[in-house]
Design a protein around this ligand. Structure first.
Ligand SMILES: Cc1cc2nc3c(=O)[nH]c(=O)nc-3n(C[C@H](O)[C@H](O)[C@H](O)COP(=O)(O)OP(=O)(O)OC[C@H]3O[C@@H](n4cnc5c(N)ncnc54)[C@H](O)[C@@H]3O)c2cc1C
Length: 285
């Protein structure tokens, strides 16, 4: 089941998946799965996996960058340690002319992640981050990051957050996504809109056309295995699309977040698990 969302455990499988995306006119972002490591050894292994991924991307000339989580690089073990780890990855990315996207995790990490992004961007432009439309604080964070020319990936947000800090109703999250999109697209920096929601995509396309923002000034991003039909359609219409490709053996938390996002996927999963009458694969988005 997890293969629908994760092409494999090995870097070579992620590179193959990225190559297939490239053939279809899409770029990729490789995510070596893992989060909340509790030993330095694991954090250092993660750092090495990322520099290895950057080197493989360069050696094999695939059109891809990398996405990582700071808790995978050891944020729970201390900010200074994690900053050093991140520096090692961004330095290699800069040397190779590539880019590192720092994913945004649960709200316990938001302020620390943004602090680390500020520090990292003081050294290199080869790093950007993610803003979650469900958080009330995000508009302020967007304006702050635009002040330092930081590339942003806008998402709705994947973690369970309390109503004291986050919009809980889909319609409020969607409204904030559109509001933030309208701040990002005219900013002159190259940003990404990461969503599978046709309403968000239509709103962005309409807004960009009204503002004369050309199709090469931003990109859409979607997750591997989700709405491949929409990915292809956007490429056909001349939009830039990047596919987020997770790989590695620590796929369980990622897989569970994807199931939680969509009850239909969870139902399909349960039917398979208990050997019932599974609908055809195409029914699974
Ligand atoms: C490239 C990328 C990177 C991301 N990085 C982060 C990050 O760093 N931090 C973070 O918190 N979140 C991240 N996310 C996840 C994001 O926050 C959302 O949880 C996720 O994208 C689902 O929201 P949505 O915008 O697709 O729309 P939703 O409102 O969840 O769904 C709208 C429609 O999209 C389709 N859809 C959505 N999810 C699925 C699914 N699992 N299976 C099938 N169809 C689906 C359905 O048609 C659905 O009706 C990322 C998402 C993407 C695409």
């Amino acid at each position: 089941m997890a293969h629908r969302f994760v092409p494999g455990e090995e870097l070579s499988q992620a590179i193959e998946a990225a190559r297939a995306c490239n053939k279809s006119g899409m770029s990729a972002s490789l995510d070596h799965l893992g989060e909340n490591v509790i030993t330095r050894e694991d954090a250092e292994r993660a750092r090495a996996a990322y520099t290895e991924a950057l080197e493989a991307i360069a050696a094999q000339a695939v059109e891809a960058n990398v996405s990582l989580k700071l808790t995978h690089l050891g944020l729970d073990l201390g900010e200074d340690f994690c900053a050093e780890q991140l520096r090692a990855v961004t330095r290699r990315a800069a040397e190779l002319g590539n880019f590192v996207r720092v994913d945004m995790e649960g709200s316990a990490y938001t302020a620390r992640t943004l602090r680390m992004i500020h520090a990292a961007r003081a050294e290199t432009g080869a790093v950007g981050t993610v803003i979650q439309a469900y958080l009330y604080r995000s508009e302020e964070d967007v304006r702050d990051l635009l002040g330092i020319g930081c590339r942003i990936r806008l998402v709705k947000g994947a973690y369970r957050e309390p109503a004291s800090i986050a919009f809980r109703r889909k319609k409020d999250v969607d409204a904030n996504f559109i509001k933030l999109m309208k701040i990002l697209l005219p900013s002159g920096t190259y940003h990404a809109l990461a969503t599978h929601d046709p309403k968000m995509i239509e709103a962005a396309i309409r807004f960009a056309a009204e503002q004369n923002i050309t199709k090469d000034k931003f990109e859409f991003q979607m997750l591997y295995g989700i709405r491949a039909d929409l990915q292809t359609l956007l490429v056909r219409q001349g939009y830039r699309v990047r596919v987020y490709i997770p790989f590695g053996n620590d796929w369980f938390p990622y897989f569970m977040r994807r199931l939680a996002e969509r009850p239909a996927n969870l139902l399909f999963f349960l039917r398979n698990l208990f050997g019932g009458n599974a609908p055809p694969e195409a029914g699974f988005q």
